[in-house]
Write a protein that binds this ligand. Structure first.
Ligand SMILES: [Zn+2]
Ligand SMILES: [Zn+2]
Length: 203
C-alpha cells in the first residue's frame, strides 16, 4: 500500500464526512500537469484545466461528478496551422473506500465488474481521490479525430508546400520537370538555358 500521495490531479476529500448523503462542491484549477490528450492534439502543460467538482458520500465511497473545461491545441491535418478546441465534458466516477469492507465483498465486486466492464474500479487512496484518469478521458473524448483549421481548408500544394490559399489561381507545376518549367516561363531566358538534349555545336 502506497502511503505517499502523489500526482497532479490528487484531491483531498477529508472535508467530506463519510456519511452517505453528504455533499461538497469545489471549483478547481489544475495549472501544473503533463500535456493531456493524444500526440497531435492535447491540452498543453501550461494550459489550465478547470474542474467543477461535486462530491457525494455514498455507502461504498465517494461519487465524483464533474465538469472539465480546458483548451486543447493541435495542428490542421491539411495545412498544419494551429487549431484550438474548447473542451467541456462531464464525468461521474465512484471511488470506493479502500478501508470499507463492503468493497471486498465478492457479491459487490461481481456487480461492479458487470456494470463497469470496461473501466477498472477506482479506489480512494486514504482521503485522496485521483482525478487524472477521468479528466484525461473527458479531454480525449472531445478531441477531433481529423482536426481542421477550417472545414474548407484547401491544404498545401504538393509541388511546393505553400498553402493553396496564398497561391494565385493559375498556380501549378510542370509534371515533367519543375525547374525547367519555371525557367521557360521567364521571357528571354531561352537562349541562356538551351534544352539539355540539344547536341552541342549544332545550329
Ligand atoms: Zn488548414
Ligand atoms: Zn506549388
Amino acid at each position: 500500500m502506497n502511503s505517499v500521495h502523489q500526482g497532479p490531479f490528487l484531491f483531498n476529500c477529508a472535508d467530506l464526512p463519510r456519511r452517505a448523503g453528504e455533499l461538497r462542491e469545489y471549483e478547481l484549477t489544475f495549472d501544473a500537469h503533463e500535456p493531456l490528450g493524444i500526440p497531435l492534439f492535447a491540452v498543453p502543460q501550461d494550459e489550465p484545466i478547470e474542474v467543477d467538482l461535486r462530491l457525494q458520500a455514498v455507502e461504498e465511497g465517494v461519487l465524483a461528478s464533474a465538469t472539465v473545461r480546458a483548451l486543447a491545441v493541435g495542428e490542421c491535418i491539411r495545412c498544419l496551422d494551429r487549431v484550438e478546441q474548447e473542451v467541456e465534458e462531464d464525468f461521474h466516477e465512484l471511488y470506493i473506500y479502500e478501508s470499507d469492507p463492503r468493497s471486498r465483498q465478492p457479491k459487490r465486486r461481481e456487480a461492479e465488474v458487470i456494470v463497469d466492464d470496461e473501466d477498472p474500479v477506482l479506489t480512494m487512496q486514504g482521503d485522496y481521490i485521483d482525478l487524472e484518469a477521468p479528466i484525461r478521458d473527458a479531454i480525449i473524448l472531445n478531441l477531433p479525430v481529423n482536426p481542421l483549421c477550417d472545414e474548407n481548408c484547401l491544404g498545401l500544394c504538393p509541388g511546393c508546400g505553400v498553402k493553396w490559399e496564398e497561391l494565385p489561381e493559375d498556380h501549378g507545376h510542370d509534371q515533367v520537370d519543375i525547374r525547367w518549367a519555371g525557367l521557360e516561363k521567364l521571357a528571354g531566358l531561352e537562349n541562356l538555358t538551351p534544352p539539355p538534349e540539344r547536341p552541342e555545336g549544332s545550329v
